[in-house]
Design a protein around this ligand. Structure first.
Ligand code: CP
Length: 307
């Protein structure tokens, strides 16, 4: 069987994504049915960059399927600190595990690993580039809670320049019909030109605004993001921009009653904690969907079916 990796959400067709999300929803409904599906299989979680959700949800997903987990959570604790290349590391990991989830600060590193791997490699976030399993999580959350993928207005707010979750999500959503994007950011953190060029080419509607209040009443979905200190070259710019958007109850009062608020997390200041109790705030439910979709992904890439 040919090895299948996941580098980009577009690696799966929309039909394959529908099947994956149906499987994730079935796992949500009947977790016991899947509790032994990966017995005897091992996941290597190779994280060269910090993570709470992605790493632990992959590990939770594999444990929930009856499999086992090994790996490292810090490049400094791996032989990368002695100069080992990603290509050599994955050849070694291929001897230890059946599937690998890899996060790396360098864009394209998981792709390089996939080229040398004899086991499926999942990109768990590469620099400012892609974060496909976050996108699968976001799509599953939207599909499960809105009942559809398509025919909505989505506002993406915050760091649209460096945010890999935003870039991955836009790329994935353009395949669904009737989506209107509203990009909400300060001029310094605007969505990159290659994305707006792509939207114009595909004749997909988008607007760019600076103030959240300007578009709040129009939104069906609001995707908040953090201004990422780790992607800035100087502290002064980070400090100037970090509190540009803070979603609080006053701003939320302008929104539709059924608007959903998503956030890939971690949150810093951009959503006030007073918003957490609002039924429209679904970012912690989103984390739970992240486990179901990673369980479905592991099963799919390992070619395991459960009847
Ligand atoms: N959403 C996300 O990628 O979170 P972590 O960095 O904690 O994995």
């Amino acid at each position: 069987m040919q090895i299948r990796h996941l580098m980009n959400p577009l690696d799966f067709t929309t039909k394959e994504l529908d099947d994956l999300f149906d499987l994730a929803n079935d796992i949500e409904k009947c977790p016991a049915k899947y509790a032994h599906a990966c017995e005897g299989r091992k996941l290597a979680s190779c994280f060269y960059e910090p993570s709470t959700r992605t790493r632990l949800s992959f590990e939770s997903a594999m444990l929930g399927l009856g499999g086992q987990v090994l790996g490292f959570s810090d490049a400094a604790c791996s032989s990368a600190s002695k100069g080992e290349s990603v290509s050599d590391t994955i050849r070694v990991i291929s001897c230890f595990a059946d599937i690998c989830a890899m996060r790396h600060p360098k864009e394209g590193a998981p792709m390089v690993a996939a080229g040398k791997s004899t086991i499926p490699v999942i990109n768990a976030g590469d620099g400012g580039h892609q974060h496909p399993t976050q996108t699968l999580t976001d799509l599953l959350t939207i599909r499960s809670l809105k009942g559809r993928l398509g025919s909505f207005t989505i506002g993406l707010c915050g760091d649209l320049k460096f945010g890999r979750t935003v870039h991955s999500l836009i790329n994935a959503l353009v395949r669904y019909p009737n989506i209107h994007f509203i990009f909400i950011s300060p001029p310094e953190l605007k969505v990159p030109d290659y994305i707006t060029d792509m939207l114009r080419e595909k004749e997909i509607a988008y607007d760019e605004v600076i103030r959240l209040e300007e578009c709040m009443p129009d939104l069906d979905l609001l995707y908040m993001t953090r201004v990422q200190r780790e992607r800035f070259f100087n502290e002064e710019d980070y400090v100037r921009l970090k509190d540009f958007y803070i979603l609080n109850k006053t701003k939320l009062a302008l929104a539709k009653d059924d608007m959903l608020i998503l956030h890939p997390l971690p949150r810093v200041n951009e959503i006030s904690v007073e918003v957490d109790e609002d039924p429209r705030a679904v970012y912690f439910k989103q984390v739970q969907y992240g486990v179901y979709v990673r369980m479905a992904l592991i099963l799919t890439l390992l070619g395991i079916t459960v009847s």
